[in-house]
Structures are given as structure tokens and as C-alpha cells.
Design a protein around this ligand. Structure first.
Ligand code: GLC
Length: 420
């Protein structure tokens, strides 16, 4: 299927988890994890006022992170709907907020040229038919419930139809928690209503037919996945929804994680959890701005580049991206020294620059003392990196070569690389 918008052109997105769980401010899954009865949980809606919600401000936070799309929770596991649905009363327009916050966010996104995708949970802890024991994140039925996944699928389809017809262009559908029930009509409906939509791998038994996979949190990238990847994590290490006593990530950790995925050719969405009044915790917006500050300075190393470009220093953890005669070195493991031996790459660039600061770096062709007694091969040494200046971000070095020098050197490097 052709997509107008290239979601997988190494893009960063902002994930938003917002719902009535933000009223409690502990975690988005407290109904399940704290065993709160459904009717008691539903009363959180009475505290959801969204009085200071400004959709433009939310989009501006995404812009500050240099994010190019937003993925927002339309319905999380609690079944609460963040739009003015006709399918249930358990919705945002029945809270003191009395606003269709999703409609407002969509309008702000469209107005400002921000792309919008929607998160939609398969578990629904409010609907009497939704119990699905072959999946996870399930709450046992309450008296009077009538588990029936066929009927629940119809309910979800009615909701999806609203979401994908009323709010303009929706670029991706982030299903959550695979159902393990085969219903190809679910994705088919989404694709019919939004022909350009990208659909993730957590749907109704859709692993084979989905467009992308969604590893989350501290996933280690050691096998090449079959589908394009959009990794996700949150500025909060504990919860996705607003948590009053959250343990926030450090800016350096986030930049290094984001770099690893973008330099590897994947997308990445970084989550924030707005409070019940609609504002975003200061710690969260500061982290988004820090990520954006870094990404804007090194961003050329992600745009229109070849990823995983050539092997240099295979043991070093350095990732490379490349555009023509320019090679970018990424240090997602951080820098443990102020210079690097790029063996087996043995060509001198005409210029080396630390993109984070614009600092020119020193280069030489040398024989590392450890190789003096073992073959004595020459390699490129880049040194004089101001490590303190990049301690809270991810270092990216730009090497500019004269025409054709890099291609020749990389060909040579791949034949002399250890084991190669
Ligand atoms: C997990 C959690 C959920 C969160 C999601 C984000 O599936 O259950 O709370 O929304 O990850 O990817």
C-alpha cells in the first residue's frame, strides 16, 4: 500500500497517555492493578475537568521535542473514551470537562501541520462483553457481564469508525494488547476508512499483516525485526499515564535511546502523561524540550541517510549513518573516552565535527599501539572530543570525505574487518 506520508523516514513522535486515571495520578492501570471495582473507578470521571487543557500547547510541546507526529490514547484499557462517542456514556463529554478533547487536539494538529495517530486498547474494563481470557490485561467479569468477543468486536468497530471518519487524517493506528482472535475485518475497516494509515502489530491477530512492530521500554535491538520498528518509551520510568511521584528519565538516557533507534532506521515515540487539568508536568515538558534541543543540532544525521552504513570499529558500539561522502558516527552507549579508533576504516576525512557543539575535531591516520605488534594496520583516529559537553546527550560526529574516498575505504574496511 502506498503511503503519502513516510512515517518511517526516521521520525520521532510524541506519545500521549491521557485519561481519567490522571485524576488519581498513580498509574494508567490502577483499576486492574489496585483491584478497584468498575463502578468505583468510573467515579474518577467526576474529577476530570481538563480546565487548563490547551491543545495548541500540547502540540507545541511535541514541536519543542522536534517530534513530527503525535499518537494519543483515544481509549485505554479502562474503556474510557476521550472523544464524544455515540457508543457509550463513559466518555469525556460526560465529565466536568464537557469537551471533546480529541476533536480539539486533532484540530490543533491539522492547523499546525502535526500528524496525528491514535492509540486504541483492546482490553476494555468497562464493557460487559470485553472479557478475553486468552489475552492479557483482563479483569474477570462482574455479575451481570456477558462476555462475548464477537459483540465486543462490533462495538470496537463502531468506535473505530467514529475515530477514523470524524477527525481528519489519522496517520497510524496503535492497537494495544493483542487479542489473539483473528478478525481481519478490523484492520480492513481501518484501511478502508483511512487509506494511508499505518497499523501496528498489537491488533486482532495481525502480526503478519501489520505495517510495523512496537517494542517498548528497554527493548534490546539484537535481532533485525521483520517489520519496520517504532519503539516507544515514556519520560516517566514507572507509568505511561500521569503519576504524581514519577521517576523521570534523564535527558541523556532519552537522547541515547532515541539515537539508537533513529540511527538504526526505526521510529521512536516518546510519551508524556498530562494531568487531569490538561497541563503537562514541568519535568515532562522540560525533557521534551531537551530532546528537541539535542535533536535539532544533530538531526541532519538522521534525515535522508542510509542507516547501519558500513562497519567501523565493530566492537565499539558506534552506529553509523551516511549521506554520500559524509559519514555520521553515533555513540548511543555514551562516550567513555575523548577519542575513537575507527579501525578498520583507514581514510582521512577533510573535516571532522562534533555536531552537538559544532566543535572541530582532530583526525589522523595512526597505528594504535595495541596493533604495533599485530600486523600494524593503519586506521582513522578522531580525537579531542569534549566529553563533558555531551555528557547529557548523545554525541554525533560528522566526517566529511573527499569524493569517493569513503566508498573505497568502506569497501577496503569490510574486507579487512575482523572475521570478514
Ligand atoms: C503497555 C501497557 C500500557 C501502555 C502501553 C504503551 O502495553 O499495558 O499501559 O499503554 O504499554 O505501549
Amino acid at each position: 500500500m502506498a503511503h503519502d506520508w513516510k512515517m518511517f523516514d526516521r521520525r520521532l513522535g510524541m506519545f500521549v497517555h491521557w485519561g481519567i486515571y490522571s485524576v488519581a495520578g498513580r498509574h494508567e492501570q490502577i483499576q486492574w492493578r489496585e483491584r478497584i471495582p468498575r463502578s468505583e473507578y468510573a467515579r474518577l470521571a467526576e474529577g476530570f475537568a481538563a480546565g487548563r487543557f490547551d491543545p495548541d500547547r500540547l502540540v507545541a510541546i511535541a514541536e519543542s521535542a522536534d517530534a513530527e507526529y503525535i499518537v494519543c490514547t483515544a481509549k485505554h484499557h479502562d474503556g474510557f473514551c476521550m472523544w464524544d462517542t455515540a457508543t457509550t456514556d463513559f466518555k469525556v463529554t460526560n465529565t466536568p470537562a464537557r469537551r471533546d478533547v480529541l476533536a480539539e487536539l486533532a484540530a490543533a494538529c491539522h492547523r499546525r501541520g502535526m500528524k496525528l495517530g491514535l492509540y486504541f486498547s483492546n482490553p476494555d474494563w468497562h464493557h460487559p462483553c470485553a472479557f478475553n481470557p486468552i489475552s492479557t490485561h483482563q479483569i474477570a467479569p462482574e455479575p451481570g457481564d456477558t462476555p462475548d468477543m464477537g459483540r465486543y468486536a462490533e462495538y470496537s468497530k463502531a468506535q473505530l469508525t467514529e475515530l477514523l471518519t470524524r477527525y481528519g487524517e489519522i496517520v497510524c493506528l496503535f492497537w494495544d494488547i493483542p487479542t489473539h482472535v483473528a478478525r481481519p475485518d478490523m484492520d480492513a475497516l481501518a484501511r478502508r476508512l483511512q487509506p494511508g494509515i499505518m497499523i501496528n502489530d498489537r491488533g486482532w491477530d495481525n502480526k503478519d499483516d501489520c505495517d510495523y512492530s512496537t517494542p517498548e521500554r528497554d527493548w534490546q535491538w539484537d535481532v533485525q525485526p521483520e517489520k519496520p520498528v517504532e519503539a516507544c518509551d515514556s519520560v516517566g520510568a514507572v507509568a505511561w499515564g500521569y503519576r504524581e511521584r514519577e521517576d523521570y528519565r534523564s535527558a541523556g538516557y532519552l537522547a541515547r535511546r532515541i539515537d539508537r533507534f533513529l540511527a538504526g532506521g526505526a521510529n521512536y515515540i516518546l510519551n508524556i502523561g498530562p494531568k487531569a487539568d490538561g497541563t503537562v508536568p514541568d519535568e515532562a515538558s522540560a525533557l521534551m524540550a531537551a530532546v528537541g534541543g539535542w535533536k535539532r543540532r544533530v538531526g541532519e544525521a538522521f534525515r535522508g541517510v542510509e542507516t547501519a552504513a558500513g562497519v567501523v570499529a565493530p566492537e565499539s558500539g558506534i552506529l553509523c549513518t551516511r549521506r554520500g561522502d559524509t559519514l555520521y558516527l553515533h555513540f548511543p552507549d555514551g562516550l567513555d573516552r575523548s577519542g575513537v579508533d575507527l579501525f578498520p576504516l583507514a581514510a582521512l576525512p577533510r573535516r571532522a565535527t562534533l555536531l552537538n557543539t559544532g566543535t572541530p575535531l582532530k583526525t589522523e591516520l595512526f597505528v594504535h599501539p595495541d596493533r604495533l605488534l599485530k600486523g600494524g594496520e593503519t586506521s582513522l583516529h578522531v580525537w579531542g572530543i569534549p566529553t563533558a559537553a555531551v555528557a547529557d546527550e548523545c554525541a554525533v560526529v560528522r566526517l566529511d570525505f573527499r569524493p569517493a574516498v569513503l566508498s573505497t575505504a568502506l569497501r577496503g574496511a569490510s574486507t579487512t574487518a575482523p572475521g570478514g
